[in-house]
Design a protein around this ligand. Structure first.
Ligand code: ADP
Length: 389
């Protein structure tokens, strides 16, 4: 330990250890409830006021979860005690840090934090690298029975299992995204050909209206799905370009309405002033509107859908209201998430992308999006857009 209390001992295999940690994509990641729960459980089980889970790379200790540390996210690797716990696969147990040959004069012991008891179980990968720690801390000296030490090691194994599950999940999502990107890209060329062929068919066989309309509807649905898939990846990578121009909300609403009439026999009532100038990508805003109205058509039982505009200072608020079943309160917070479907086993099919895309488009325009809904009382999806002066 140097004069400022930094501990500079590293295991011989530190570079390989750090490489193993990087495989798990966890150092520096956001907090996650599963890890917080393990810390809470540790505090309860061992009756300590402080517990934390840390992952340590070459220079930094990343605190993934904690109870009692006030949510601190990281510290220099040499600053804390955990760097010592990386040196051995067994539990590092300090019953009273004032009596420890290295740590007695450490600022965490002599200063305000007043650490006395410290126990760290290493988090070990299946191939044997110590990537992090599950720690217990108390300001009173104390010990751990053999049974308690075993239990702490078990909990550290749970941390490792959770880390692996989390990583498998990240990899699966990335594979799914890759697949969706390739599939939607491959669908584009044949879809363009199909659209052109359907148009030609319409010209040649104008007498068979119903059949042509059916073909057009299916092509349109397929294009919509392919576009949603394609754009959801672009949005995720922040590469969806907005083509902003000065336009009028009325033009966008009228054009969206034309699209809706194709597929629904429901009444769309417009309320409020539509004659509002906005600077926006009209195609993208139209897409948001079509999505909200189509969802109202799809999920609502009533025959009336209302689109209302309200002027707010510097913004216009557009609300699409339906008289459908509404959305359960526990589902509402997730409704704009990618691939989220509130009733995946229901009769209505979909990819769960429409609202995610709508939300991203509105956010990129500097507006907000939200929903008010109560079960059995319909839903009001709304968004705001800055108005042009
Ligand atoms: P999709 O319709 O393809 O499932 P969306 O992102 O458009 O995807 O919608 C996500 C989920 O939100 C839907 O699966 C549906 O359960 C719910 N939802 C959307 N709009 C409404 C609505 N107007 N009424 C009730 N539920 C809705």
């Amino acid at each position: 330990m140097d004069k400022s209390g930094n501990i500079h001992i590293k295991p011989d295999n530190d570079a390989e250890r750090v490489a193993a940690l990087e495989r798990y994509q966890i150092a520096g990641s956001e907090r996650e409830t599963a890890f917080d729960s393990i810390c809470r459980l540790a505090c309860e089980l061992f009756a300590v006021p402080i517990s934390h889970i840390s992952f340590l790379d070459a220079e930094t200790e990343h605190i993934k979860a904690d109870v009692g540390l006030g949510g601190v996210e990281r510290l220099g690797r040499a600053e804390g005690f955990c760097t010592l716990a990386l040196l051995q696969p067994e539990i590092m147990l300090i019953e009273d840090a004032r009596e420890h040959h290295i740590l007695a004069s450490h600022p965490y012991v002599t200063g305000e934090i007043m650490i006395r008891f410290y126990a760290a179980a290493p988090v070990i990968t299946p191939d044997g690298y110590i990537i992090g720690t599950l720690c217990l801390i108390d300001q009173m000296p104390r010990g751990l029975t053999g049974k308690e030490q075993e239990l702490l090691q078990h909990l550290a194994k749970v941390v490792m299992e959770q880390t692996e599950l989390r990583n498998d999940n990240i990899n699966l999502i990335s594979q799914r995204d890759k697949f969706i990107e390739i599939a939607s890209h491959e669908m584009r060329t044949p879809l363009t050909a199909l659209k052109a062929a359907a148009q030609l068919l319409g010209l040649k066989h104008a007498d068979d209206d119903a059949l042509i309309a059916q073909v057009n509807k299916s092509v349109q649905k397929l294009s919509g799905l392919a576009n949603d898939m394609f754009d959801s990846i672009r949005l995720q990578e922040h590469t969806l370009d907005l083509k902003r121009s000065s336009t009028n909300l009325k033009i966008i609403v009228d054009s969206s309405r034309d699209h809706i009439r194709l597929s629904a026999k429901k009444e769309l009532i417009i309320e409020g002033d539509l004659n509002i100038k906005i600077t926006a990508d009209p195609e993208k805003i139209e897409r948001v509107l079509i999505n909200l109205i189509q969802n109202a058509v799809k999920y609502a039982t009533g025959s009336t859908i209302t689109l209302r505009t309200d002027k707010l200072p510097g913004f216009v608020k557009v609300t699409v209201n339906d008289l459908g079943p509404g959305i359960a309160p526990d589902k509402l917070p997730h409704i704009f998430r990618r691939y989220y479907r509130s009733d995946p086993s229901g009769i209505q099919t979909g990819l769960g992308l429409g609202l995610y895309i709508a939300a991203e488009i509105i956010k990129q325009h500097g507006g907000e999006i939200g929903v008010n809904s109560a079960q059995g009382q319909g839903s009001s999806f709304w968004f705001t857009l800055p108005v042009s002066i």
